[in-house]
Design a protein around this ligand. Structure first.
Ligand code: TXE
Length: 514
């Protein structure tokens, strides 16, 4: 399914089951039409359009396996070409040459509209991929904050000038937009992944084509009417589809930049497609296996509660989750006992359950494939290590997994080395600071790390030696709009958020005047 906001180009329509509580039987999302400024059917038709590919995808609710929709259109080559044409026209026309203050105004209006509708749109994410509605509402609010943050930078993109020089030339260094930029997102926090890419791209004066994950396309699609209220046609184009559609974007000759969040395997394919096509710029955020180092001088209660938060939030489906804990030997038994207690208390309470309820914090896993994957890792953990708690499906309805702790897992085990993307953590012990750092760095990933200690000098020493793009001291890492987020090693490259995030969408031009 695709949405285009361009007059000349239409791609897809949404078709939801008539039984849906949110949508009526018309082929368009009534919720947006009913609650937003009144949009006629013909106005909606200008936003949601059929895919020429004729290909349809399905989404099931992982809480009860009910069908959410089996008529989600997937964009094919013709649809992607049309989106690129629309984005190119907008770049060369109105948007690309707009006064930066006007770009900022459009982005600020969009941010406000997202905030207004955050809960409503979040409910669509919950239906599609089971994440708690409270988590996804926060995601849409963070998405809105990213648009606000980057709107503030739109009119602060400055260059440099140099004169006189030895050659007697006046020199100007300009920073300019790149052109049509594409984004491909995963399903875990759709709003943040979309905003991390679209907001800096737009602030810099580029136009955007974005593909949400086929597992959670509905929330991003529901932004369509809001986009139409804020931006000229073609500035933001949403194309829907699975890997095939993503590959079309990665290989497209007219797309100048692509930003991706997803698995390492797919990141490689995107880089390869970019290299084989037009050498478009690539930035990759490929998840991780982030370590948490807990030293014997740490505030143990804090380390336990933050570790728990970082492992179960969004059902463990967060790229920066601290899924490998290393705890100093002298406090290990005590720490593991406390963590086990916290996990079991959470499991017995109301924290985990129906993700559509406002109080629920942890829902089911995203879909059957993710559930199967996590269950396989649980078996690996039981074989290679020692189960402390969890390790099984939770109940018999819905794709729930009990929050799980393994201990005594060898560093070479797949449960320690590979991203599980579920509420599962391994705990290993260390004797010295050097050993802790060495074990923590023994991974192909390097997205994030956490350090728990009361010693500021140890915190500084260890952060210097950690191979990670982001580090939290006495907390688990949660990205903020105003700071760069991204990884080292096979967690990818490029940064999203902060000033560095804006730089991804600018290119430099040097002008010499004699
Ligand atoms: O990811 P994929 P999946 C990890 C996590 C998870 C695993 C698989 O471990 O269990 O990846 O998740 C699009 N060219 N992460 O299958 O396949 C696809 O349509 C272009 C970590 O969802 O990487 C979707 O939009 N695009 C991660 C997006 O890529 C392609 C978050 C992600 O899909 C494509 C999510 C192709 N050839 C999963 N194939 C993180 N960084 O946090 C697929 N896509």
């Amino acid at each position: 399914m695709s949405i285009s906001l361009t007059q000349g180009m239409r791609t897809v329509q949404i078709d939801f089951p008539p039984s849906s509580a949110i949508f009526d039987s018309r082929p368009f999302p009534a919720v947006v039409a009913d609650r937003g400024p009144p949009l006629s059917r013909s106005a909606l038709r200008k936003i949601f359009v059929d895919a020429k590919s004729g290909e349809l995808l399905s989404v099931h609710n992982p809480h009860d396996d009910s069908l959410v929709s089996d008529k989600i259109h997937a964009a094919g080559p013709e649809d992607v070409d049309a989106a690129v044409k629309a984005a190119h026209k907008a770049f060369k026309g109105d948007w690309g040459r707009k006064d930066p203050t006007d770009r900022a105004k459009a982005m600020l209006k969009f941010a406000d509209l997202i905030r207004e509708k955050a809960g409503e749109i979040a409910a669509l994410e919950t239906k599609a991929m089971g994440s708690a509605v409270a988590t996804q509402t926060m995601g849409y609010n963070v998405g809105a904050d990213l648009f606000t943050y980057y709107a503030g930078l739109a009119d602060k993109i400055h260059g440099e000038a140099a004169y006189p020089s030895s050659a007697g030339k006046y020199k100007i260094i300009q920073r300019e937009p790149i052109g049509v930029c594409a984004g491909i997102g995963a399903w875990n926090v759709s709003a943040v992944l979309f905003a991390w890419k679209a907001a800096p791209a737009l602030a810099a004066g580029n136009t955007v084509i974005y593909k949400p994950s086929e597992k959670a396309p509905l929330g991003t699609l529901a932004l369509g009417p809001l986009i139409q209220q804020c931006f000229p046609p073609g500035v933001i184009n949403i194309v829907n589809g699975a890997g095939k559609t993503g590959q079309l974007l990665a290989a497209h000759m007219e797309i100048r930049q692509i930003a991706f969040t997803g698995s390492t395997a797919t990141g490689r394919k995107i880089q390869e497609a970019a290299a084989k096509s037009n050498l478009k710029r690539v930035s990759l955020e490929l998840g991780g296996k982030s370590p948490s180092l807990i030293f014997d001088d740490a505030d143990l209660e804090l380390a336990v509660s933050k570790s728990m938060e970082g492992i179960v939030a969004n059902t463990g489906q967060i790229c920066a989750m601290a899924s490998r804990i290393f705890v100093q030997e002298s406090i290990a038994d005590n720490f593991i006992e406390l963590l086990k207690g916290t996990f079991e208390t959470a499991s017995k309470g109301n924290m985990i359950g129906d993700p559509s309820l406002a109080d629920t914090q942890v829902g089911p896993l995203a879909d059957k494939a993710q559930f199967k994957r996590v269950m396989e890792y649980l078996e690996i953990g039981k074989k290679d290590g020692q189960l402390v708690t969890g390790g099984i499906q939770r109940g018999t309805n819905g794709l729930f997994v009990e929050p799980t702790i393994f201990k005594n897992t060898p560093n070479g085990s797949r449960i320690v080395q590979e991203e599980v993307f579920g509420p599962v953590v391994t705990v290993q012990t260390f004797k010295t600071e050097e050993e802790a750092v060495q074990m923590a760095n023994d991974t192909v990933f390097g997205l994030s790390a956490c350090i728990y200690t009361k010693s500021i000098s140890r915190a500084l020493r260890v952060t210097r030696d950690m191979e990670a793009g982001t580090i939290a001291v006495n907390d688990w890492y949660f990205p903020a709009p105003d700071t760069p987020f991204g990884g080292v090693k096979q967690s990818g490259y490029g940064r999203e958020g902060g000033l560095e995030g804006l730089n991804e969408y600018l290119q430099t031009k040097t002008i010499q005047i004699k």
